[in-house]
Design a protein around this ligand. Structure first.
Ligand code: AMP
Length: 215
């Protein structure tokens, strides 16, 4: 008997948006993914199990074979930076912009390193390097918006949706780094060894994404 196909999902806002996608694939979980402390779930599809992970843990699980495929934001994928992951479908879920933001009316220091509060240290380093600036990264896991207010950082790099959180904290968006959305990711290895299961899923999800955004 072949081992189950393991599908890694990200906890949080993206998980809420993936339920209709799972229905489309016929892999509904047999119990609620959000109301349990369980990390691995059986589904109505006998050959598929689901993992529910932190968003940043989805790429390493898929890359290292802990899962065959998964769903991850483009922001998280760029920060992780692996060339062992394929991104066959842009699911167009959880769309947001990755931006720099600063206190209103404040400019970057004219010289020296820029203090950047972010969980996207690699992306921030590359972004400011493209402007010829070096950064002093301050890795935070939440509430980035606070860092410029208390003088911890000159600038933040974070995801922005409506911009309300920036506005509520006296910050304003500056540079757009990327538009992000959720992607189906598959390890290069699983793409070969599990293609008979994974290719039909890719086809279904391509159709599903088009139908969701047709109108
Ligand atoms: P907003 O106030 O709508 O701009 O949302 C910004 C807040 O929500 C920030 O704290 C972000 O970290 C978070 N956020 C916005 N969009 C996303 C997303 N697509 N995925 C994860 N977090 C997000």
């Amino acid at each position: 008997m072949t081992q189950s196909l393991i599908f890694a999902l990200a906890r949080g806002r993206l998980l809420d948006e993936t339920s209709s996608l799972l229905t489309e694939l016929g892999i509904e979980p047999i119990e609620s993914l959000t109301g349990s402390r369980r990390l691995m779930f059986d589904t109505r599809h006998p050959g598929v199990k689901l993992l529910v992970l932190r968003a940043t843990d989805v790429p390493p699980y898929v890359e290292r074979g802990g899962a065959h495929l998964g769903i991850a934001g483009k922001d998280v994928l760029l920060e992780y930076g692996s060339d062992m992951l394929c991104e066959p479908v842009d699911l167009q879920l959880s769309r947001c912009r990755l931006m720099t933001a600063m206190k209103k009316g404040i400019e970057l220091p004219a010289k020296g390193r820029i203090r950047v509060a972010t969980k996207y240290v690699n992306i921030a380093r590359r972004h400011f390097a493209s402007q010829g600036r070096q950064i002093d990264p301050i890795k935070l896991y939440g509430a980035m918006e606070l860092a410029p207010l208390v003088g911890l950082a000159d600038v933040i790099v974070d995801v922005v949706d409506t911009g309300n959180t920036l506005e509520a904290n006296g910050l304003e968006p500056r540079d757009l780094i990327i538009h992000s959305s959720a992607r189906l990711i598959v390890s290069r290895v699983a793409m070969k060894t599990r293609h008979q299961h994974i290719f039909p899923m890719i086809e279904k999800l391509n159709k599903w994404t088009k139908s969701q955004h047709a109108s």
